[in-house]
Design a protein around this ligand. Structure first.
Ligand SMILES: Cc1cc2nc3c(=O)[nH]c(=O)nc-3n(C[C@H](O)[C@H](O)[C@H](O)COP(=O)(O)OP(=O)(O)OC[C@H]3O[C@@H](n4cnc5c(N)ncnc54)[C@H](O)[C@@H]3O)c2cc1C
Length: 485
């Protein structure tokens, strides 16, 4: 490949892809980002349902290279997060590197480099291929008989149909996860007739979401490192916040606090329906800014608990035979969180595809790389989501490590992949960390749905940082370029 410049291709222009793009741009590396949609933003572009707010502090959901001084609230609405991401792409001059409406459908490692193919039939060649394709990206629909027969509007929460008016409709929301809770709460307070269908109750965090005062916004602009101090403070708080990882007084206090939220519910029958029967934190905790428990007690809101057995043109039928009449049906049924870059067809050494590699179970080295797939990196791949750490902070550490590995590989004129032995060691270490955490113990969630080991990072944030700062070069194999057909 001596006749062309060292080149990186990135799939996806969400938070991860843009962070990667800015890093590559600063490093002066030739690169292109392929984005299957017509705009940046990923999650925040696709999820436009009412009631969506970021679940970490707005200020924690920032790229470290572009602070934002204008968040309107402690936890910003999704519209603001998306506007911020678009501004970053524009301000940083990243848009010119992005090929919009280009979905990568195949990538094959041949002759020491990645051969990329898009749905439109365009091709590219890169030394390094980075999948920033998201872990909550591919909408998941339940398999319910008769779903195609529904006569009214029906859509997934990640594809909200804004042409449907709220008023005068009987809304049904399937799902009790974070999206289902936020949508039900928003529709209920908007005065809609809304029925939420749940199979299992969720623990819900009832929180305050105040507007940012002008003083707070001003303070952030002051010289003297106020912002840096804030970051340090958050990191300290994240580090201290370990109730998910081990039993003890911190976890007991959290359980008490969350149980007390249920006291907002006056009707004992409703309270019983909404009381979870599994350990707190096992699923991602929905955040409620306008008191979900009060919202569902409004006369226009209803909770139906049980199994939906079929969907008919004018509603849904429950396992006990009752029918609920509906005009609009929202599937707040989550994502195929184990798809990662798939259905993209990724082929590594010896013709092994990603589907074959992950047939038995999903695995990775540190959530960023895979043995047998040289110079392939993932952002927020399997086991990357960290406990309570905001996504941009985790990315900072992953990307720095990927850049170091790319540098090593370039210096050796080689392609880099973790060894199978190092990957096994990483997975074994994860396996021993899960007992005692909140993620084991009977609940079903997107972390565990398809395999016994949840696809999460079960260690404190400091270990995430330490892991990526100290990734040993010996854990990697360097394959001389032009090998790998
Ligand atoms: C409803 C919802 C709320 C959330 N709230 C929070 C929160 O409050 N706090 C938090 O930390 N996290 C939250 N998350 C997690 C969120 O996904 C991450 O914070 C973050 O946005 C992930 O960014 P990403 O770039 O890795 O992935 P995504 O945002 O999913 O972006 C992936 C991009 O890749 C593109 N793409 C995918 N496949 C291809 C392909 N083959 N070719 C080309 N392009 C492709 C997609 O179109 C998309 O633009 C939430 C997720 C959801 C679904």
């Amino acid at each position: 490949m001596a006749d062309r410049k060292f080149r990186v291709v990135v799939a996806g222009a969400g938070v991860s892809g843009l962070f990667m793009a800015e890093t590559l741009k600063r490093a002066g590396i030739d690169f292109a980002v392929y984005e299957k949609a017509g705009e940046v933003g990923g999650t925040w572009r696709d999820n436009t349902f009412p009631g969506l707010f970021v679940d970490v502090l707005s200020r924690q959901y920032e790229f470290p290279f572009q602070p934002n001084y204008t968040w309107s609230r402690k936890y910003a609405p999704a519209t603001e997060i998306w506007a911020y991401i678009k501004k970053v792409a524009r301000d940083r001059g990243l848009t010119k590197f992005i090929r919009f409406n280009e979905e990568i459908v195949a990538a094959r490692f041949t002759n020491g480099c990645w051969h990329i193919e898009t749905a439109k039939g365009n091709t590219d060649v890169a030394d390094v291929f980075i999948c920033a394709t998201g872990f909550l990206h591919k909408p998941l629909f339940p398999d319910i008989a008769g779903s195609a027969s529904f006569a009214g509007a029906s859509f997934h929460s990640a594809r909200w149909n804004h042409s449907v008016p709220y008023a005068g409709k009987r809304w049904g929301v399937i799902g009790s996860g974070a999206s289902g809770v936020q949508i039900t709460e928003a529709l209920a307070w908007a005065g809609c007739d809304v029925t939420q269908f749940i199979r299992r109750a969720q623990w819900v965090h009832i929180r305050e979401n105040p507007h940012s005062s002008w003083r707070e916004r001003l303070k952030l602009r002051l010289p003297g490192g106020y912002q840096r101090e804030q970051r340090r403070l958050w990191q300290f708080i994240n580090e201290f916040d370990q109730w998910r990882l081990k039993p003890g007084p911190q976890r007991e206090a959290m359980e008490q606090e969350f149980s007390s939220y249920l006291d907002y519910i006056k009707d004992p029958e409703l309270k019983k329906k909404l009381t979870p029967d599994y350990n707190l934190g096992c699923t991602r905790i929905p955040k409620s800014d306008k008191n979900y428990y009060e919202a569902v007690q409004l006369p226009n809101a209803h909770i139906v608990k049980g199994q939906i057995t079929s969907i008919v043109p004018d509603g849904v039928v429950m396992a006990d035979g009752t029918q609920v009449k509906l005009d609009v049906l929202v599937y707040a049924t989550g994502f195929d969180a184990h798809a990662y870059m798939r259905p993209m067809n990724v082929t590594g050494l010896n013709g092994t595809t990603i589907h074959e590699a992950w047939k038995e179970k999903i695995y990775s080295y540190g959530g960023i790389a895979l043995p047998g797939f040289p110079n392939l990196f993932m952002l927020y791949g399997p086991f990357a989501p960290v406990n309570n750490v905001p996504v941009p902070l985790g990315l900072d550490q992953e990307i720095a490590c990927i850049m170091r590995l790319i540098g090593e590989a370039r210096a050796r004129s080689a392609a880099v992949a973790p060894t199978a032995a190092a990957t096994d060691r990483f997975l074994a270490r994860l396996g021993t960390a899960f007992p005692g955490t909140v993620w084991v113990g009977g609940c079903k969630n997107w972390y565990t749905s398809q395999q016994p080991t949840p696809v999460l990072w079960p260690f404190p944030q400091s270990e995430h940082k330490a892991f990526f700062e100290q990734v040993p070069v010996d854990d990697f194999q360097f394959i001389p370029s032009r090998q790998g057909d």
